[in-house]
Design a protein around this ligand. Structure first.
Ligand code: CRA
Length: 789
């Protein structure tokens, strides 16, 4: 029934899709291309019928056949071709691009296996990983286009200024339709699959039974699209990752230029008037040198002409300031894999250095500055082996460089890329992230949406989220409050049933649902959350039954995957699970505290958890989380946030007001001094912190978690000096949690804050973000597909 439903929906989409392509072709507008190694599309069915405005019709039709839409849609596999926020952002952007009728497309890779499926070992609490064979039963949303295919070359050498490649595969297009909401526009997400190139297949070797030789190209092709982010600990792993990135860039650039020609364009100096390429983080950086190579080596442009137009065509979004995530590749590896590109990169580098030196001389630099710059230059020259730093290449080639939240964009200018900022301040921008209100409110939370539509007076808020503000006028109205609470309760019930089904834990529905879901990472500080829970548990244990009865009951829910080789993150998962086993089975505590780790966090699980949330935790060390996007989804769904002044939290708090945000922790400028204080041995932890660590060490939760606790201490043994400052923020975190408890006890006040949260979430609509990209970076305008006559 799922397959049949999906096929019928697809049929409806294909007409819009073809019309959109034909219309763009006819109008020949400037078009933007979003290049991303990750997309987290989640399920497509509900979204497609919702965007087409056919949810009622499909529910009805399925019911008449003896099915429910909920059951049918839940059969669909999640398309999980990404890690976390960056991948989901790309998917939200596609929804907004289509909804705003913008001429833009997405490009990605069609990985055979998505991000791993996560399980939890019942006995040890450890994370288990399984391959996610998401294509196992086929994907009704994609259309294979074997006629759209490009050669992708690797290795070999440069002969007379041109590349004579050593190996080749073919990139084949698989397209998925992305319908906009209440519009006929339907754009494409084109994902490349790697196929062996027939010319390379050694038939003679095969017939001589030398299968290893003959299957070489086939194996290379299947490796290229096997998984997202293969381990890159070895040189082979690095070569594979870089090859994947190159395949995305080369296939996409070839395709973009072919379309540009197909639409009758021919003046290369005006390419940027028709094409903008957005590089989603540094993974697609090679788009710039690939464009240069094609323009010069295939189209015959001079270096200067090719460079002039490339610089106006590509743009770069930075998503992280964590130094270990700023990609660099060994120069000799790039040289071996992509010899012609390495030549181009070297020349870009040389010309940049020369022009920067000139600019500096012209400024007759202030002496201090010069000293600092000289020192930096020395450091970079001394790096061995030599590296190609992708973000630097992006900053030099890009027409625009943007961060993803206001505070992050400032950090990018002041620290991460300060040298580049000084040279080209005009390139630097901010584009605060957003999320699509269709998937993340209208479709995932029909209960709350119905209440919103009633009180706002219409459903225009589904696109124009500023309309949500109208809710604020009624935030204290008992009638709205009652409906609001009923909607929340309905969602908590659905969530409770889901938790029971997957973990067998019974959670009480009248408790506060407190949720932290995101990748498990030390900087996101799930560790701080669980230590806070441990402290709470310890306190409760010490209370008399009368005192205990006054506690605000909580269900603390965690979800998220730890990267397979990230040991410390995996220990955090184990600690959470072990704490859960003890707390959830403690008869003294009963329903007052539950700790749940819901396995296999993905888009669909988020759609179940977020509508049920009352409190959510966004508690990264200040200055480390570029933006966060789940904070926006929680806010839209009337959830209050406990958080630090980090990423988009800062702007969310500005919107909802400090009364409706539980702020704690040190600020970004206080972080380095706090680290210095620790390093100098001057930090005195709060007694509650020390007690909590001792409590874990006493073995209450089975294992003593020495390696984990040690990371919060000195620099000896396991000690890493608490780099993310869990100890520093612990007291402030506990105090904020006390404020949460007090606030929750006042049910009317809490509901008012919840309504206010939704009411002022309008800014975090990805339509707003995309509108800014379109106007301020891409220079594209809506191109609306007319109704069929
Ligand atoms: N991990 C940031 O850390 C941000 C998203 C989307 C991240 C998040 O704070 O919300 O990007 N960065 O902008 C990233 O992937 C490579 O860097 C993320 O998802």
């Amino acid at each position: 029934m799922y397959q049949a439903t999906a096929q019928s929906v697809r049929e409806g989409l294909v007409e819009r899709w073809n019309d959109t392509y034909a219309h763009f072709h006819k109008e020949n507008p400037k078009q933007a291309y979003y290049l991303s190694m990750e997309y987290l599309q989640g399920r497509a069915l509900t979204n497609a019928i919702g965007n087409m405005g056919l949810t009622g019709e499909y529910s009805e039709a399925l019911r008449s056949l003896g099915y429910t839409l909920e059951d049918v849609m839940s059969v669909e596999r999640n398309a999980g071709l990404g890690n976390g926020g960056l991948g989901r952002l790309a998917s939200c952007f596609l929804d907004s691009i289509a909804t705003l009728d913008l001429p833009a497309w997405g490009y990605g890779l069609r990985y055979k296996y998505g991000l791993f499926k996560q399980g939890v070992d019942k006995a040890t609490g450890e994370q288990l990983e399984y391959a996610d064979d998401w294509l196992e039963v086929g994907n009704p949303w994609e259309v294979a286009r074997p006629q759209v295919s490009y050669p992708i070359s690797f290795y070999g050498k440069v002969v007379n200024g041109k590349w004579a490649p050593g190996k080749q595969v073919r990139a084949v297009a698989y397209d998925s339709p992305i319908p906009g909401y209440k519009t006929r526009n339907c754009i494409s997400l084109r994902m490349w699959d790697a196929q062996p190139s027939a010319v390379e297949f050694d038939l003679a070797a095969f017939n001589a039974s030398d299968y290893e030789t003959s299957m070489g190209p086939t194996n290379l092709a299947s490796m290229l699209c096997a998984v997202l982010y293969p381990g890159d600990g070895t040189r082979e792993g690095k070569a594979l990752r870089l090859s994947q990135q190159y395949m995305l860039c080369s296939a996409s650039v070839q395709d973009i230029l072919a379309r540009w020609k197909e639409r009758g364009n021919s003046d290369w100096s005006k390419l940027h008037e028709k094409v903008a390429i957005q590089m989603n983080d540094t993974h697609p950086t090679l788009a710039a040198p690939e464009l240069m190579r094609i323009l010069m080596d295939d189209e015959g442009l001079s270096w200067d002409d090719a460079w002039a137009v490339t610089k106006k065509t590509v743009a770069y979004t930075n998503h992280t300031v964590m130094p270990e995530a700023l990609e660099k590749w060994p120069l000799d590896l790039v040289e071996e894999l992509l010899p012609r590109h390495m030549e181009i990169i070297k020349r870009i580098d040389e010309e940049f250095i020369a022009s920067a030196a000139k600019a500096k001389a012209a400024k007759a630099a202030k002496k201090d500055d010069k000293k600092k710059d000289d020192k930096k230059k020395k450091e970079s020259e001394e790096e061995k082996p030599a590296m190609v730093r992708m973000a630097n290449l992006c900053c030099i080639s890009g027409m625009a460089i943007n961060g993803v939240a206001a505070i992050h964009s400032e950090i990018v200018k002041d620290f991460t890329f300060n040298d580049f900022y000084k040279l080209f301040p005009e390139k630097f921008q901010n584009k605060t992230n957003g999320v699509t209100p269709r998937r993340w409110l209208a479709f995932c939370n029909p209960q709350l949406s119905a209440v919103i539509t009633k009180w706002v007076g219409n459903d225009k808020w589904v696109t124009d989220t500023d309309e949500l503000r109208k809710l604020a006028e009624h935030a204290t109205n008992p009638e709205l409050q009652a409906e609001w609470k009923a909607a929340k309760l309905a969602r908590k019930k659905i969530c409770k049933d889901y938790i029971k089904k997957v973990t067998d834990i019974d959670v009480p529905i009248d408790s506060m649902f407190d949720i932290q879901v995101k990748r498990i990472h030390e900087y996101k500080r799930q560790f701080l959350n669980i230590l806070g829970i441990i402290y709470r548990y310890k306190q409760m244990k010490a209370m008399t039954p009368e005192e205990r009865a006054k506690c605000v009951p909580r269900v603390c829910i965690f979800g998220g995957k730890a990267y397979a080789t990230y040991t410390q993150a995996k220990r955090i998962v184990r600690l959470i699970n072990n704490v859960g086993s003890v707390v959830n089975n403690d008869p003294e505590i009963g329903d007052l505290l539950k700790v749940v780790f819901v396995p296999d966090y993905n888009v669909s699980l988020a759609e179940t958890l977020i509508p049920a949330s009352e409190l959510s935790q966004h508690i990264s060390t200040a200055g480390t989380e570029a933006s966060g996007t789940s904070n926006m989804k929680f806010q839209m769904n009337g959830c209050l946030i406990i958080g630090t002044l980090d990423g988009a939290n800062v702007e969310i708090r500005e919107c909802v007001g400090d009364d409706n945000f539980f702020l704690f922790g040190i600020t970004d400028p206080e972080v380095e001094p706090a680290r210095a204080e620790r390093a100098a041995g001057k930090f005195v932890p709060d007694a509650r912190f020390t007690e909590t660590l001792e409590y874990v060490r006493s073995g209450v939760f089975g294992d003593k978690f020495e390696e984990l606790l040690g990371s919060l201490e000195g620099n000896e043994g396991f000690g890493r000096g608490d780099y993310f400052l869990v100890g520093k923020d612990f007291a402030s975190y506990l105090e904020a949690q006390e404020r949460v408890d007090v606030a929750y006890a006042d049910s009317m006040g809490w509901t008012e804050s919840s309504i206010i949260s939704t009411a002022f979430s309008g800014k975090f609509n990805s339509d707003r973000t995309i509108d800014q990209y379109a106007k301020e970076i891409w220079g594209i305008k809506p191109c609306t597909v007319p109704e069929r006559k």
